[in-house]
Design a protein around this ligand. Structure first.
Ligand code: COI
Length: 333
């Protein structure tokens, strides 16, 4: 059995080696480049493909995999928004993802960033770097006095809820699907508008499906409490960035922690050498604000998560090849 893994980063290599040692019967080809028209021919002769990239898995690439007789594509991440679902179905390719490589990794990071916002650590760090060790005027806010609105209660949202509760916050949530346990606890509000109206903090954990595109826009911000805090560790397209900038300018939004950005592809996880050389003025506008924390999509980036992403995706690909199915199969509508 032959599996080719695309887009492999150096920091993933030890985990690929471990998996290969545990599965000596599988021949693994490591390809550092991403899966696209220029690299897809490397997959010819393989039984399965494992990949991670934010760049789209296009129809032409998926058609080529189909022509090579490859029916198994396993993503090393959770989001499948960049996969052409029609082409997957037309080529009868089965796709797996890794839905739970570490929901805690993302939840812990989200709450870390919220605490940094509430305690104004960015401002204090900047002041201290300039030799200023004074306190005023940045009195902080306490999470235990706040209502946190969690948008979407999948694995990550639920992990975040547990941590918010540990801090003593009141938690409410919105989701079209209700988790039975949370339902019993009466955590759900009926509409996004109710969540916006009641939350001091909005913690967004929704997938990037079409209906959610720019769900946080001018209209949504207008319905929120004055001085709301926004956390987005999910997908950049969920927020209309221009609307967020307007809401920050007006003070409607007190601050934001953004681990994702709608134009992040080609920018995040790259070293530009200096702040000035980052090729996105709007992103730099956000990065320069003392009440905005921008991080380059690192909420997931823990040892546990990266190891699980490699191992779970490789095993899922092997299952697809051997058994034609996997417990991580993605159902495209
Ligand atoms: C995902 O798993 O979909 C993520 O957002 C993390 C990715 C950057 C590896």
């Amino acid at each position: 059995m032959k599996i080719i893994a695309y887009g492999v980063r150096d920091d993933e290599l030890p985990y690929f080696k471990e998996w290969e040692q545990e599965n000596p019967e599988v021949e693994v080809t490591i390809e550092k480049r991403l899966l696209d028209d220029s690299t897809v021919s490397e997959a010819e002769g393989c039984n399965g493909v494992v990949a991670y990239q934010q760049k789209p898995y296009t129809k032409s690439v998926l058609d080529k995999l189909g022509q090579f007789g490859i029916k198994a594509l396993s993503l090393r991440n959770v989001g499948v928004d960049n996969v052409d679902s029609n082409a997957v179905k037309a080529n009868e390719i089965k796709v797996t993802n890794v839905p739970a490589y570490s929901p805690q990794a993302i939840a812990e990071f989200t709450v870390t960033e919220l605490m940094r916002l509430l305690r104004r650590t960015k401002k204090f760090d900047q002041k201290q770097a300039a030799g200023d060790l004074t306190w005023a005027p940045d009195q902080a806010d306490e999470l235990n006095k706040m209502t946190v609105g969690v948008f979407a209660t999948g694995r990550i949202g639920r992990a975040a809820i547990n941590i918010y509760r540990g801090f003593g916050a009141k938690v409410i949530a919105y989701d079209i699907y209700h988790n039975p346990e949370l339902e019993k606890e009466g955590i759900y509000v009926d509409t996004p508008d109710e969540l916006y109206a009641q939350s001091d903090v909005l913690s967004i954990h929704a997938p990037a499906v079409k209906e959610n595109e720019h769900m946080l826009n001018d209209d949504a911000f207008a319905k929120m409490k004055d001085g709301v805090w926004i956390l987005n560790p999910a997908r950049g397209t969920l927020i209309d960035t221009d609307a967020l900038i307007r809401a920050l300018d007006s003070g409607k939004v007190a601050g934001a922690a953004l681990d994702v950005y709608e134009d992040e592809v080609g920018i995040f996880n790259k070293d530009f050498g200096s702040f000035d050389k980052i090729p996105d003025e709007r992103l730099k506008n956000l990065m320069q604000r003392e009440n905005v924390l921008v991080t380059p999509h690192i909420a997931f980036y823990t040892k546990t998560a990266v190891q699980n992403m490699v191992k779970f995706s490789m095993s899922a690909n092997k299952d697809l090849i051997e058994k034609g199915t996997s417990d991580k199969l993605v159902e495209f509508k």
